[in-house]
Design a protein around this ligand. Structure first.
Ligand SMILES: [Zn+2]
Length: 132
């Protein structure tokens, strides 16, 4: 199924209780359910099928509740986190940091910047010497 940007993809969440252990082992081994064949072993299944309660209705892309976003566009990130990854698109990732960006170079630069700063006593001494 294709999805268009801004369109929600609705899904529902169900919980099926009291699954017999043998059926549960089957679901764990193969986590896909074929309706209605895989539900025939469950309590409450009859010729008309089985009644299940819809516990949640949500967009599977943006994970928002149907009631909250039914009339607003889907804001799911279609870029798959691309905006979080640094660097340019048209070149390979750097294997070596750019000059001056290594941790030891940054620490040395910060130490030099800290060394230039006067402490409070020196500031006061220079102000006092300026008064005389
Ligand atoms: Zn959505």
């Amino acid at each position: 199924m294709t999805t268009r940007p801004g369109r929600h993809t609705w899904g529902i969440a169900l919980t099926i209780e009291n699954i017999p252990p043998a059926t549960m082992r089957k679901f764990v081994a193969n986590p896909f359910i074929t309706l209605p064949d895989d539900l025939r072993d469950l309590d409450g299944f009859n010729d008309g099928g089985i009644v299940l309660e819809v516990l949640d209705a949500l967009c599977v892309r943006c994970r928002k509740s149907y009631e909250d976003v039914a009339f607003s566009p889907c804001l799911a990130n279609e870029q798959n986190g691309k905006h979080l990854r640094g660097g340019m698109d048209n070149r390979a990732a750097r294997l070596v940091p750019a000059p001056g960006q290594r941790a030891d170079e940054v620490a040395a630069r910060q130490q030099r910047e800290l060394a230039r700063r006067e402490n409070a006593a020196l500031i006061q001494a220079s102000r006092l010497s300026g008064l005389s």
